[in-house]
Design a protein around this ligand. Structure first.
Ligand code: LLP
Length: 436
């Protein structure tokens, strides 16, 4: 499986964005996150094309939680997308990169007063409000600042998607949003309409992540017009903006076949239009917040293979120089990945092994994967690591976080430098009485 601009060179090396990955590993060291710029840009464009051609009043926002750095903010801005941020840290990154705050959406089920204040002071596009308590806090903050907060209210459409239980977010049993079925969503709308310094611009819903079929999107697109109709009938307010949450799942394995973005746009927009026009209601502005499907397949992690331990009749462990700290997803979500030997990419994968990390844990990165006779010193390329890998990385065991390199048309540039040992102790404070 070759993704994005991935190719194999005459020398049998994996090439991404025109750069030989074996040379990248030598130049920058491993582990190394490699991000394919052309693939990211094409994914942004595919979403815009699919939605805007069917409904010009669309805004595609990149969900920064998947992978956010200043360079990425610039790419997303240049591609004309909005940005969904989930914390002061993500918002600060965007501001530092010169991302226009008016195209930023602030999320979170527990925004701190500092985060809300920051959003209001910088004129964030929309605050996506998750609870009644938050409505009250934002209202009083906005009032004190003599401004109006433009908000979307997050509602829960009670959809049960086929994905890992930790990333199902639109179910009734969810910490996110206000339930439509329980009447809390309508109560939230009424509450927002009574707030002096809040402008309710619209609604937000999100059903889940890594969705490989359209069923949950389809159900949400059926539920939301019904709720918009209820809001119209009960309050006389016409909803002008509807954010339908995250995007499609991606290919981690060959058998993962997500629907196309065109299919997603056709399904969601047709369903919404049909439902709304049946009630004589206009189509609102539609927003979508894809994260994983913008950056996931564009990312590859390069590792160096170290000791190989063959336990007769049991398992062959192939160690790599990273693991849990640069990719916690196998441990957290039972996530599976594809990989290949980057320096012998044309050789057939003939041996089933388990790729193990180097942490003081059983941090198996990939169980039972066929690789081409892995040997110490080989470069292993693990694919589809662009989303929720660097973003979820840690310093566990005091490992330094890897560098991130952006590749495009044969050029490579560091967009996040590798952490140093000095970085690891930079925030430590040694009290005077403990000094030697
Ligand atoms: N919008 C909202 C409100 C979200 O909660 C999410 C993801 C997205 C957009 C982006 O969804 P995407 O297009 O990436 O599917 N750490 C987990 C994923 C958590 C996703 C949470 N919300 C993982 O590694 O799989």
């Amino acid at each position: 499986m070759l993704l994005g601009t991935q190719q194999v060179s005459a020398a049998g090396h994996l090439v991404i964005g025109g750069c030989d990955t074996v040379e990248l590993a030598q130049q920058y060291g491993t582990p190394l996150y490699v991000m394919d710029e052309a693939c990211i840009r094409e994914n942004c464009r595919a979403y815009r094309r699919a939605f805007e051609s069917r409904h010009p009043q669309t805004e595609i926002c990149y969900a920064g939680k998947a992978f956010l750095t200043m360079a990425l903010c610039r790419i997303v801005d240049q591609e004309g997308l909005g940005l969904d941020v989930a914390s002061a840290g993500e918002f600060y990154t965007a501001l530092q990169a010169g991302f226009p705050p008016g195209r930023v959406y602030l999320h979170g089920n527990f925004k701190s007063p500092m985060e809300m204040g920051m959003a209001l002071d910088h004129g964030v596009g929309r605050i996506v409000v998750d609870s009644v308590e938050e409505l009250e806090l934002i209202d009083s903050l906005a009032q004190a600042k003599g401004t109006t907060a433009n908000i979307l209210l997050r509602v829960t459409p009670a959809v049960d998607p086929h994905t890992h239980k930790f990333i199902q977010t639109g179910k009734i049993d969810s910490k996110f949003g206000l339930g439509i079925d329980t009447g809390q969503a309508l109560a939230g709308v009424r509450h927002a309409l009574n707030c002096q310094s809040i402008k309710l611009c619209g609604l937000h819903c999100h059903v889940g992540s890594q969705l490989l079929d359209l069923e949950a999107f389809d159900l949400a697109a059926e539920m939301m017009p019904q709720f918009i109709k209820t809001v119209d009938q009960e309050t006389g307010v016409t909803i002008e903006e509807l954010n339908v949450g995250g995007g499609l799942g991606i290919r981690y394995l060959e058998e993962h076949q997500p629907p196309s973005v065109e299919n997603l746009a056709e399904t969601v927009l047709t369903k919404l239009k049909r439902g709304l026009s049946a009630s004589g209601l206009p189509m609102p502005k539609i927003m979508l917040e894809p994260g994983r499907s913008i950056v996931g397949e564009a990312g590859t992690t390069l590792y160096t293979i170290g000791p190989i331990k063959d336990i007769p009749h049991v398992r062959k462990y192939v160690s790599v120089d990273g693991g849990l700290s640069d990719n916690p997803r196998p441990a957290l979500y039972d996530a599976r990945y594809s990989a290949l030997i980057a320096n012998r990419a044309t050789e057939p994968p003939n041996e089933v092994v388990t790729v193990a990390g180097k942490h003081c844990e059983t941090d198996n990165l990939i169980m039972d994967i066929a690789l081409a006779s892995p040997r110490p010193g080989d470069t292993l390329a693990v694919q589809s690591t662009g989303a929720y890998n660097y973003a979820m990385s840690s310093n566990y065991n005091r490992f330094t976080r890897p560098a991130v390199v952006l590749v495009n048309e044969g050029e490579s540039e560091v967009i996040v430098r590798r952490e140093t040992l000095e970085d690891l102790v930079a925030h430590d404070v040694l009290p005077e009485r403990l000094r030697c």
